[in-house]
Design a protein around this ligand. Structure first.
Ligand SMILES: [Zn+2]
Length: 179
């Protein structure tokens, strides 16, 4: 049921840490540095470690293999947004500008109509995407092709599993960076 984000190539096996929910359900794999950041900020506890000690730090610290969040992340519930809304588009895209890839906050994220509204473009899953203000202004009343801009993803109705993965990544990011 839970999508385990397994990184390919970038990390070796011992670079990955499995994050468990407070209820011990596996959530996803993250880089061990991220997992350790959660532990240092008292957001998670180490459940199991690799034998390999972390280099250049105290030898008493080992790479975490499994950590458990101290607060429960709600997995089931309102993550399935069947109804179209601008906020749901932002969630689908993980608050990432689909033109330049910049991470946005909910306040900074705007909606870009791929076929501009002035030219008949509608509010649909396929015609709207998350954009930063700069890219939105640059694209103006053009299509991406006309503006010479490329979309990072093909917009569509959010896939349930993908949406869960995006939401978890968003929540983990907030836990890691906004504590
Ligand atoms: Zn942008």
């Amino acid at each position: 049921m839970y999508p385990w984000r397994i990184s390919r190539g970038r990390y070796s096996m011992t670079d990955r840490t499995l994050v468990l929910n407070a209820s011990y359900e596996p959530i996803q794999f993250v880089d061990w540095r991220r997992a350790l950041a959660l532990v240092f900020r008292d957001k998670a506890e180490v459940v199991a470690s690799y034998d390999k000690p972390i280099r250049s730090v105290s030898t008493s610290i080992k790479t975490p293999k499994v950590v458990r969040l101290k607060t429960y992340i709600k997995l089931i519930g309102n993550y399935v947004h069947k109804a179209y809304s601008k906020q749901a588009v932002h969630r689908r895209d993980g608050y990432i500008c689909q033109y330049c890839g910049i991470q946005l906050t909910s306040k900074k994220a705007t909606i870009d109509h791929i076929m501009p509204q002035s030219r008949g473009g509608r509010d649909t899953w396929k015609n709207t995407t998350t954009s930063c203000q700069k890219c939105n202004g640059k694209k103006d009343n053009m299509t991406p092709a006309e503006a010479g801009m490329k979309l990072l993803s093909v917009p569509d109705k959010p896939d349930l599993v993908k949406q869960l993965d995006v939401d978890l990544a968003t929540q983990l990011r907030e836990l890691i960076y906004n504590s």
